[in-house]
Design a protein around this ligand. Structure first.
Ligand code: PHE
Ligand code: FE
Length: 288
């Protein structure tokens, strides 16, 4: 996926003005369908008891295990009936404003391609397994569905205020790498975790990472890493609480953030509510 490090500034040939392309489901090869099935089966060995109820419920409601890569023409009516969201195909990473516009209109942009069989474990850029298996189940949850749309609108605003770097951290530590305290234990709802076999175990069980209670402003100051397992996860008490915390006007928060320094990945602040203090053994040993 190194070829996706390049983000185009105008839609590539064959894409619409909003950067969407046809899924062209019939063009997927048997090898590609088999890759989906392999990844799906592997995650289902791992996720019960680790993924959140909201994720698992959404996954079963969407019926994404009928053999091979889901056909959006069949998946979208189910999703739309539940929360009004649809999934659209894009060629790869899209510019921020394109991404936000889709979210603000309850469209989730998914990559069209699937990883190669020799890339099952690690991929730097989102493929259709990450985007659909990882993200779409949570979009069936009414509160999360609202959160994602609000994020799209908030992204447009943050961009105009020059605060995207801070807002992107909120996406990272919730939508991609969020944990939830379900009452019966810590569970995963972040797409970056649920779509990764190794991080699904690491995020909830490994003694290495810090796990800290969700704190909006603190998250927006916290760096993140994109090259390996996270060294800190933030834990929400419920999706409703996440929604409530982010409904407030971020204007005053952005003003405060401008005068504050960033917080390092492993730093613990005096005011943090620490759920598990990590040993950082995994990262200290060199990680991946
Ligand atoms: N409330 C935010 C704002 O005023 C918008 C937002 C909502 C951002 C939800 C992220 C998630 O900018
Ligand atoms: Fe993602």
């Amino acid at each position: 996926m190194a070829d996706f490090e390049h983000v185009f500034q105008s839609p590539p040939e064959g894409a619409a003005a909003d950067w969407t392309i046809s899924q062209n489901w019939r063009a997927y090869t048997q090898v590609e369908h088999d890759t989906w099935d392999t990844l799906y089966a592997r995650q289902m060995e791992i996720l019960p008891g680790r993924a959140s109820d909201a994720f698992l419920k959404g996954l079963s409601a969407l019926d994404l295990n009928t053999g091979g890569i889901p056909d959006f023409a069949l998946m979208n009516p189910k999703l739309k009936a539940l929360t009004g969201w649809t999934v659209v195909c894009v060629p790869g990473l899209v510019p921020d404003e394109v991404f936000f516009d889709h979210l603000a209109n309850r469209r989730f942009p998914s990559g069209q391609f699937i990883r190669r069989p020799d890339q099952l474990d690690y991929l730097q850029e989102p493929d259709i397994f990450h985007d659909v298996f990882g993200h779409v189940p949570m979009l069936t949850d009414p509160d999360f569905a609202d959160y994602m749309q609000a994020y799209g609108k908030g992204g447009q605003r943050a961009q105009s205020l020059g605060m995207l770097k801070n807002l992107a951290r909120l996406y990272w530590y919730t939508v991609e790498f969020g944990l939830i305290d379900q009452g019966d234990g810590l569970r995963i709802y972040g797409a970056g975790i649920v779509s990764s076999a190794s991080e699904s175990v690491f995020a909830v069980e490994d003694p290495s990472p810090n796990r800290i209670a969700f704190d909006l402003e603190r998250i927006m100051r916290t760096d993140y890493r994109i090259d390996d397992f996270q060294q800190v996860y933030f834990v929400i008490p419920s999706i409703e609480a996440l929604n409530d915390a982010t409904l407030e006007d971020f204007g005053p928060i952005y003003d405060r953030l401008k005068g504050q320094s960033d917080i390092g990945i492993t730093a613990i602040q005096p005011y943090d509510r620490v759920i598990t203090r990590g040993t950082q053994t995994y990262a200290d040993k060199g990680g991946r």
